[in-house]
Design a binder for this molecule. Sequence first.
Ligand code: UDP
Length: 245
Amino acid sequence: MSKANIMGVNFDAVTLTQAADQAMEQIRAGRKGYVVTPNPEIVYQAMEDPDFQDLVNHASLVLADGIGVIYAAKILGKHLPGRVPGVDFAGLLMHRMAQEKMRLFLLGAKPGVAEMAAENLKKKYPGLVIAGTKDGYFKNDSEAVAAVNAAGGADVMFVCLGAPKQERFMSKHQKELNVTLCCGLGGSLDVFAGTVQRAPDIFIKLGLEWFYRLCKEPKRIGRMMKLPLFMLLVIRKKLFGGKES
Ligand code: UDP
């Protein structure tokens, strides 16, 4: 699979289906790794923090979550087939996992949310085995690692702690975790639990999901100001060149 370097982050040039195929192949082969889903905010964080950039680029799959990443690719003349939102990737992966009765552990979000998500997901994907759940507000990482391993491990774990916490957690603990593939998925457990709604399809099609989220949660404005800043840096790179990071 080819890669597209967008402002220092090496994205996989894959469609949603290719991403799920590649993940399933890795799980079946028992090859440990983690998936990241950077949006412009995460790429911006990676530009400012070389260690974080390094661990993002060491992921087995780097998926372009966010229309801003696709615009950046277009401006920089890099090929990316389109957005692969983390929550859509997770949906297709669970569909495939259910067919093979694979085990999924849910880590993250506020107390009670992962359990609600588990109930909904068991109904939506019959065959999927929920190995266990744990909220994302633990004091020590070791507590979370122990919970997953005590549950007998899993083929896949959704790690929903927000960035950069989830990426650092996956990279730091992948060896000791009895899990084949960890997926860093931000607020996805809130969506699966039904506590947060995704934007209506029309917003998604128009590339305005970010705008819908901003209207629903105006306090995100501070975080979202990184988006115009990111686009400005992309245009500056296009016009004046410079290093990749
Ligand atoms: N979260 C968590 N532990 C923390 C901080 C955040 O489990 O220490 C959860 C939070 O409850 C939310 C998710 O991480 O469910 C992050 O959501 P956000 O909307 O920030 O992620 P995005 O989808 O924007 O990346």
